[in-house]
Design a protein around this ligand. Structure first.
Ligand code: NAI
Length: 342
């Protein structure tokens, strides 16, 4: 694939990794909630991937213009728009990866759990449609509270008889992206080298960055560990407060979700070296869902990486035990919601 508008001189300018890789574009991706704060920049980033042949944009409103706009970018993905529930099924037919950022975001003073009542129903309805129309697709759930919406999605898929635990992912990549950024800044490391696994869940104290597992190996004082951990856990709130009522993280979230989508597409394309953190069904702890690093392959999760949880520091051990009751309650809330539906 050659990018026809790349400048002749200065090959660095537009030689972004997405544009010029000579790979076949073959996967179809759907974004449900594509006209939203996350949906729009995420659609743009996915449109840039050479691994995408078709990008289906679904929302209850305002998606036509987004699709028209994006469709003018000269990258291979064909952009199609789908508006409203009557077009939901068609938006999902033949799709390999479904990304769900549909729902309401937080305003200052809200927790992610405050979004439960609205977003639980949205996720349930959308995942029912996924089960009916593309049951083999990878499902990436962004809608909060992720700690509960993933168990809801799983119950819906189970009831429909199409649940594959290898293919349902709660997207926690933003926690990793934030941890990498904050650690690199604090320790003066090259950003591109830093990788911090983040485990647990995706809300408050359930977000547990394993700083002792940072690559490259780096040592932290107790104060640094406390400060970085709390900042990573509250980074979403930092953005919610800065936006002062205009929503939560959208651009960094779109960046993080695009990374997770690209990793999934690489796995589907046959890359055998794909690792990401995600909130998934898990046997790593006594909880049925837990975020950790997973190895992703053509058929979804090939392995849940357990080694990150071995030999934790005392601080991390304590934090792990402390997060379990909250995460357990969020999981149970999601399961109970899904089970009381007819
Ligand atoms: P937004 O309000 O800007 O966009 C949401 C979009 O969903 C809107 O376009 C809306 O029309 C659409 N929508 C609502 N009901 C729908 C339905 N039934 N079917 C399809 N689309 C529907 O919100 P934003 O900022 O894009 O956030 C979306 C979600 O992502 C929120 O729940 C937010 O809490 C969550 N989020 C998750 C993060 C994570 O790390 N997993 C990080 C940041 C936000």
């Amino acid at each position: 694939l050659r990018n026809s508008f790349a400048p002749k001189a200065g090959k660095q300018n537009l030689r972004h990794q997405y544009y010029l890789q000579p790979q076949a574009s073959s996967s179809k991706v759907a974004i449900l909630g594509a006209a939203g704060g996350i949906g729009q920049p995420l659609a743009l980033l996915i449109k840039m991937s050479p691994l995408v042949s078709a990008l289906h944009l679904y929302d209850i409103a305002n998606v036509k213009g987004v699709a028209a706009d994006l469709s003018h970018c000269n990258t291979p993905a064909q952009v199609l728009d789908f508006t409203g529930t009557s077009e939901l099924a068609n938006s999902l037919k033949g799709v390999d990866v479904v990304v769900i950022p549909a729902g309401v975001p937080r305003k200052p003073g809200m927790t992610r759990d405050d979004l439960f009542n609205i977003n639980a129903n949205i996720v349930k309805t959308l995942v029912e449609a996924v089960a009916d129309n593309c049951p083999d697709a990878f499902i990436h759930i962004i809608s909060n509270p992720v700690n509960s919406t993933v168990p809801i999605a799983v119950e819906v898929l189970r009831r429909k008889g199409v649940y594959d635990p290898k293919k349902v992912f709660g997207v926690t990549t933003l926690d990793v992206v934030r941890a990498n950024t904050f650690v690199a800044q604090k320790k003066n490391l090259r950003l591109i080298d830093v990788d911090v696994p983040v485990v647990g869940g995706h809300a408050g104290i359930t977000i547990l960055p394993l700083l002792s597992r940072t690559k490259p190996s780096v040592s932290f004082t107790d104060e640094e560990v406390e400060e970085l951990t709390v900042r990573i856990q509250n980074a979403g709130t930092e953005v919610v407060e800065a936006k002062a009522g205009a929503g939560s993280a959208t651009l960094s979230m779109a960046y993080a979700a695009a990374r997770f989508v690209e990793s999934s597409l690489r796995a589907l394309d046959g890359d055998t070296d794909v690792y990401e953190c995600a909130y998934v069904q898990s046997e790593l702890t006594e909880l049925p869902f837990f975020a950790s690093r997973v190895k992703i392959g053509k058929k979804g999760i090939e392995a849940v990486i357990s080694s990150d949880l071995q030999g934790l520091t005392e601080y991390e051990e304590k934090a792990l035990e402390a997060l379990k009751p909250e995460l357990k309650a969020s999981i149970e809330k999601g399961v109970a919601f899904a089970q009381k539906q007819t």
